[in-house]
Design a protein around this ligand. Structure first.
Ligand code: TRP
Length: 333
């Protein structure tokens, strides 16, 4: 039997090239080898977007479009909407007894995010508990493996602790998942900041049209110390060359541009124009897959409906075992 993988995203906006490089490309590969569930974690998204429910709601279907555009095949990967899986909410409630408040607040991922979001003294309890609900996500689907970057590794550790605690208290019911570490580098933003991220407004979205890509690339940050095309430029860490390396399959062209850039024999404009072409070529097959699905919105519904049905089948079985182990699987005749 194939091992089962669970991955997921919070729906709170569209996906960008950083997501593609960091996880979507990997999922497209993994779906060939594993049984993959992809969770659209709308309940988790509400933990920090509770005042913006419309963004979360609108992003659910957008995410399906981004997935299919990226090459995720709903025949191979099961796309599941979290709020439609009641077992996850129930498991979360049970697991909250198995973890201390201090432990969740010490979770490095949560700690960092609390600082980033500036919650101050008013950390929503739901937000602080999201590692517990993520443990519920992972165990509800009986996942063997969870692909993660290093920022989400503490989530898997937390899940493993909860699983061990559950199994030692109530009997071995839950599977202890393992992290499938990916070492994909973070994609730098258009502004040269370390990370492409919606909140930094430095993204190329998978759904961007060709003209948007052109506008964004042509105004990209390059080497700030280079004032004229005849100045010697720095290639290392320069975002236009990071993107050329990532998205331009013509390695000879990239090497030639790098050499000339270092010697002050090429202007930013030429480097950028070639990058516009490379990124648009990269996105073109995604645009085709996206527009096909956009023309057929019932297909999106069918993907979601099927995913939810399959997700509930798996998770209800786990929930029933959990309840039996916890001696609350009553039947009243
Ligand atoms: N916390 C993840 C993120 O913010 C999303 C997520 C929710 C997830 N549930 C999951 C990831 C379960 C993997 C497994 O990106």
């Amino acid at each position: 039997m194939k091992k089962r993988i669970l991955t997921g995203d919070r729906p709170s906006g569209r996906l960008h090239l950083g997501h593609f490089v960091g996880s979507l490309a990997n999922r497209v590969k993994l779906q060939e080898e594993y049984e993959q569930f992809i969770l659209i974690a709308d309940v988790q998204a509400l933990t920090d977007n509770f005042s913006n429910p419309q963004i979360v709601a609108d992003s659910v279907r957008e995410l399906v479009l981004d997935y299919v555009a990226s090459g995720i095949d709903p025949q191979k990967s099961t796309i599941v909407v979290q709020s439609k899986i009641p077992a996850i909410a129930e498991l979360t409630v049970f697991y909250m007894n198995l973890v201390s408040l201090n432990r969740v607040l010490r979770n490095p991922t949560v700690k960092t995010e609390i600082e980033q979001k500036g919650f101050g003294e008013s950390v929503p309890a739901g937000f602080a508990m999201y590692p517990v609900s993520q443990a519920a996500d992972i165990t509800a689907f009986d996942a063997d493996l969870v692909p993660v970057g290093d920022d989400q590794l503490p989530m898997i550790e937390q899940t493993r602790e909860i699983v061990r605690k559950f199994n030692s208290l109530y009997g071995t019911v839950l599977k202890e998942p393992e992290a499938l570490m990916s070492d994909f580098p973070r994609l730098v933003g258009l502004d040269g900041k370390s990370k492409m991220s919606k909140s930094l407004n430095n993204c190329i979205y998978l759904a961007d049209r060709a003209e948007e890509v052109e506008k964004k690339v042509m105004s990209m940050y390059t080497d700030p110390s280079r004032l004229k095309p005849t100045d010697a430029g720095t290639v290392e860490g320069n975002p236009v060359f990071v993107y050329h390396d990532a998205f331009n399959p013509n390695k000879e062209e990239v090497e030639d541009l790098k050499n000339r850039y270092r010697m002050g024999q090429v202007g930013d404009v030429e480097v950028k124009q070639k990058l516009v072409l490379a990124i648009n070529n990269f996105l073109e097959p995604m645009r085709i897959r996206r527009s096909e699905l956009e023309k057929n919105p019932q297909k999106i519904d069918a993907i979601l409906k099927e995913g939810v049905e399959k997700g509930n089948k798996v998770s209800e079985e786990i929930l029933s075992k959990v309840k039996t182990a916890m001696k609350i699987n009553y039947t009243f005749k």
